[in-house]
Design a protein around this ligand. Structure first.
Ligand SMILES: [Ca+2]
Ligand SMILES: [Ca+2]
Ligand SMILES: [Ca+2]
Ligand SMILES: [Ca+2]
Length: 347
């Protein structure tokens, strides 16, 4: 494997120069990730043209291109894993619905159709499903899933007991788990909705989970900053330290960088930083709102057919003690649970 990350751009070349050996894919069971070092692009939302539209740019902020052109608002793009399509949500048909379009903005197609809010789409790693938030069951948000043609829409969470707002799904790289926000914490569940488990504890208002490509970390926002929590040992560290809001983290396909939204320069702009928080670089520079970045896994339109992706080998592991069990979508070496926990394969 060549160290192709250097092709991402001069912008972040300095950060990339540190350790190309670490670029080698560490999860041979997921072939879709092994080619992730190929150049990718960043989709995002902006109201710079008068209302919210979906835009795409190179990862250095160049070649900005508007993909939607509709007087209603269009929000929160999510790439298909092969880079050929983008899911987003829009109010163009009167209320919030989920749509997909080709990566060039052509052929927008509505997937949901109900008077409730449908938003926050997240494309599954095998390309076959889209998780999203909906308020259609009559109270606060729940996480739902559907086929990429809108078929089989099904609720995964049930907030009847918790009363919490559930949303912002983010798939694990294997597709077997989904991280989501159960306000004010980040949770993880199996992709069929079973085993919902609290991941963060005592956050102010955790939001926007984004699962790292190697499966070992989840980035999220809390308070005004971006954090990463390890799924081995559950250590949490802040990547930003800023009094203005930092939100919406999204990992680069090689896991080396995170793009996010920050209001540190007076309005919402997109920034990229190394996964340790170093090398902060602003990508947008416009007085309008720029947010909800989503970093494509593949060079746009260059990925393999979705059917070739998502090998689901590997075991789900559990760290557990007498009262708590956390399911981890990762092939963990032994003995790396928090003190007092025991690691075992989930049966
Ligand atoms: Ca629009
Ligand atoms: Ca709707
Ligand atoms: Ca409910
Ligand atoms: Ca801006």
């Amino acid at each position: 494997m060549l160290c192709l990350r250097t092709a991402i751009g001069l912008l972040i070349a300095v950060a990339l120069a540190t350790n190309c050996a670490d670029d080698a894919p560490t999860r041979p069971s997921h072939p879709s990730l092994q080619v992730s070092a190929a150049p990718s692009r960043i989709a995002f939302e902006s109201d710079r043209d008068g209302n919210f539209e979906i835009y795409v740019m190179e990862v250095d902020g160049s070649a900005l291109t508007r993909l939607t052109s509709h007087p209603s608002d269009d929000f929160e793009p999510s790439w298909s894993p092969n880079g050929r399509q983008i899911a987003f949500w829009s109010t163009r048909d009167g209320n919030a619905e989920i749509y997909v379009m080709n990566a060039d903005g052509s052929a927008p197609t509505r997937l949901t159709s109900n008077p409730a809010g449908d938003a926050q789409p997240s494309w599954s790693p095998d390309g076959r499903q889209i998780a999203f938030m909906s308020t259609r069951d009559g109270d606060k948000g729940e996480v739902y899933v559907m086929g990429v043609d809108g078929s089989g829409q099904a609720r995964l969470t049930n907030n009847a007991a918790t009363g919490a707002f559930d949303g912002e799904p983010s798939w694990s790289p294997s597709g077997r788990q989904i991280a989501f926000t159960r306000e004010p914490e980040i949770y993880v569940m199996d992709s069929d909705g079973s085993f919902p488990t609290q991941l963060t504890h005592s956050r102010l208002a955790a939001s926007g989970p984004s699962w790292s490509p190697d499966g070992q970390h989840i980035a999220f926002a809390d308070g005004s900053d971006i954090y990463v929590i390890d799924l081995v040992g559950f250590a949490t560290r802040a990547l930003t330290n800023d009094q203005d809001y930092n939100r919406d983290p999204s990992w680069s396909p090689d896991g080396g960088h995170i793009v996010f939204k920050s209001e540190r320069d007076g309005n919402a702009e997109l920034y990229v930083m190394a996964a340790d928080g170093s090398g902060l670089t602003r990508l947008t520079n416009h007085f309008a709102w720029d947010g909800a970045p989503n970093w494509s896994s593949m060079r746009v339109g260059q990925g393999p057919p979705d059917e070739a992706e998502a090998d689901r080998n590997g075991d789900l592991m559990v760290c557990e003690n007498e009262t708590t069990a956390l399911v981890i979508d990762n092939n963990l070496p032994g003995g790396q649970c928090p003190k007092g926990y025991v690691l075992r394969p989930r049966t």
